[in-house]
Design a protein around this ligand. Structure first.
Ligand SMILES: Nc1ncnc2c1ncn2[C@@H]1O[C@H](COP(=O)(O)OP(=O)(O)OP(=O)(O)O)[C@@H](O)[C@H]1O
Ligand SMILES: [Mg+2]
Length: 172
């Protein structure tokens, strides 16, 4: 049996819009929160990560952990920033990622679809896409909450007028 997975849309007209959404998510984050981040080159993943980190009270600069795979930062909550682009699922499995996912901090996983099988069931998926014909600055962010905790976040952001429920849904 398949169910329809709720999805939410956010139209970003420039990097400050992307940062605004990431900051709002950073304020909602709790110990054990997991967010996944997808998007092609230059979509704004790093901008998003930096704004999320700032909202978590992480001082200083956050860059993509492409070569280190996992970087830990101290903020209001710890931030575990992962980039699994270069990993196979088997290699990622060796890292014992559950320690992060179910730990005291907030985990942000870039290119998470590469390790689909290892992801926790409950998570918030964020996809950033260039908008065709939208020039340099237009992006569409699609948020898919897996689990009630993240569904509640999305409903809250929808009430605040930040997100729009995409009624077309997705088979999941
Ligand atoms: N709406 C927008 N949201 C985010 N970034 C935007 C937006 N409009 C323009 N930009 C610009 O796009 C660039 C996004 O770069 P960023 O490094 O965040 O992308 P990335 O997804 O991390 O790319 P890569 O896959 O190469 O690491 C920045 O230069 C930013 O200023
Ligand atoms: Mg990047």
């Amino acid at each position: 049996m398949s169910s329809v997975q709720q999805q939410y849309e956010y139209a970003s007209h420039g990097e400050t819009d992307t940062e605004r959404l990431a900051a709002a998510l950073g304020r909602l984050a709790e110990p054990g929160s997991v967010l996944t981040l997808e998007g092609d080159l230059g979509a704004g993943k790093t901008r998003f990560s930096q704004a999320l980190a700032k909202a978590l009270g992480v001082p200083g600069v956050v860059n993509s952990p492409t070569f280190t795979i996992i970087k830990e930062y101290e903020g209001r909550l710890p931030l575990y920033h992962m980039d699994v682009y270069r990993l196979t699922e088997a290699e990622a499995d060796e890292l014992g990622l559950d320690e992060y996912f179910f730990g005291k901090g907030v985990t942000l996983v870039e290119w998470a679809s590469r390790i689909e099988e290892l992801l926790p069931e409950e998570r918030l998926a964020v996809e950033i896409a260039h908008v065709e014909g939208g020039g340099w600055t237009e992006r569409r962010l699609t948020l898919t909450p897996y689990g009630e905790r993240y569904a509640a976040w999305c409903r809250e952001l929808e009430r605040d007028g930040l997100l729009r429920l995409d009624s077309s849904g997705r088979e999941g």
